[in-house]
Design a protein around this ligand. Structure first.
Ligand code: DGJ
Length: 376
């Protein structure tokens, strides 16, 4: 167990805390204080590495509500352990109730990518319109010249309106079955209708539903939006335009009817691994994993990547992003949230190193671990 030489290192390294000492260890589930001594408020987050700095973007959550009352926060760090608050990089709108991002909307799972051609930072997130629960199911986008914002809000929509997925058959296009044709008691019939594209057709004109999401930039610099669609029954993976600011119409349904949320992805040795969750609201469930040789290729399910105690609950968390550690050959961090819906601001961060056993990702619990000491 190469990784665990690092535990020895840990036992002699002082932990960061309110004493003001520099932190060196990741301590999943504890309070993580920023440069001001305040617990980091960046839930459902994503990360961007740029010019030696990691930028962590996440949902600001308040004491009692999961609605967006502030906006999207950003923190920066050179070592992934000591974080400086960079501010609210996309604030909610407080003086215009008709804005998509008016205070009280829902902004979730922000992800930022840098576009080399335009030299712009592009922020994508899941948006729900104020007062509509999770009905709108939109993706939203904002742009900035700097990683620390302020981002300019551009638009929100449901992706790929009027366009069928690339793997939709002629028969599926021609099918005329609708939801109202299926009696409520016929669960099996509904299931196969959903697999057969019931919701894709229903939502064709207005665009596909888009909830939990991530953005992935491949080695060839093409960017992809991976999102829970079709009433959370099916993931879709959609190519973005060259400037990363819109969808270009090429998309696929993957893990059809498999009910996945919280998509996270990594690429290693030419293989893509998706780690996702089941859909159980804020309550944790067992993670799932799938592998493919190409993003639009066939995805093969591999089961739960977690092992050990609490593996069936993803160690009481739900994934949000996978970040590769720069300068380490093989160190990827699985970033997850331990949600606390009654007091959302208190949500904790579960970051774990991804181990590879026979080339397959494995997640194990560590009370604390050290990025510098990790032998990768
Ligand atoms: C689980 C999702 O992963 C979260 O981002 C959030 O949408 C909650 N469901 C809401 O219940």
């Amino acid at each position: 167990m190469k990784l665990f030489r690092l535990l020895v290192v840990l036992s002699i390294i002082p932990l960061a805390c309110s004493t003001g000492r520099i932190a060196t260890a990741i301590v999943p589930g504890e309070l993580w204080k920023d440069n001001r001594g305040i617990h980091i408020n960046a839930h459902g987050g994503g990360m961007l590495f740029r010019k030696g700095v990691y930028y962590w973007y996440g949902e600001h959550k308040d004491e009692t509500s999961n609605e967006a009352n502030v906006g999207i926060n950003c923190y920066s760090s050179r070592d992934l352990v000591n974080w400086k608050f960079e501010g609210v990089v996309l604030p909610v709108v407080t003086d215009n109730d008709s804005s998509d991002i008016t205070k009280g909307c829902i902004m979730e799972r922000p992800k930022v990518v840098y576009n080399e051609k335009t030299q712009k930072y592009v922020l994508w997130f899941h948006l729900e319109l104020k007062g509509q629960g999770y009905k709108a199911a939109r993706v939203a986008m904002a742009v900035s010249d700097s990683p620390t914002g302020t981002f300019e809000y551009v638009r929100s929509y449901r992706p790929n309106a009027g366009i069928y997925p690339l793997n939709f058959t002629q028969e599926q296009k021609a099918d005329t079955l609708t939801l109202s044709d299926i009696p409520k008691s016929e669960r099996q019939q509904l299931r196969s209708a959903v697999e057969n594209g019931l919701y894709v057709r229903r939502d064709l004109a207005g665009g596909q539903m888009s909830r939990d999401m991530t953005i992935f930039v491949d080695d060839n610099k093409k960017a992809y939006h991976i999102f829970a669609s079709e009433e959370n029954q099916t993931l879709q993976i959609a190519e973005l335009s060259d400037d990363y600011q819109s969808h270009n119409g090429r998309y696929m349904r993957i893990l059809v009817g498999k009910h996945n949320e919280a998509p996270t992805i990594l690429k290693r040795n030419g293989k893509y691994f998706l780690i996702t969750s089941d859909c159980t609201g804020w309550a944790p469930n067992a993670a799932r994993m799938a592998v493919a040789d190409s993003l639009f290729g066939t995805w093969t399910e591999l089961g739960n990547p977690c092992v050990g105690e609490n593996a069936n609950l993803t160690f009481q968390s739900q994934g949000t992003y996978i970040q590769k550690v720069e300068g380490k050959k093989d160190l990827y961090i699985f970033m997850a949230d331990r949600w606390t819906p009654k007091k959302p601001i208190d949500g904790r961060y579960i970051w774990l190193p991804i181990l590879f056993e026979n080339g397959i990702p494995v997640l194990k619990w560590y009370n604390k671990w050290d990025i510098k000491g990790a032998k990768y």
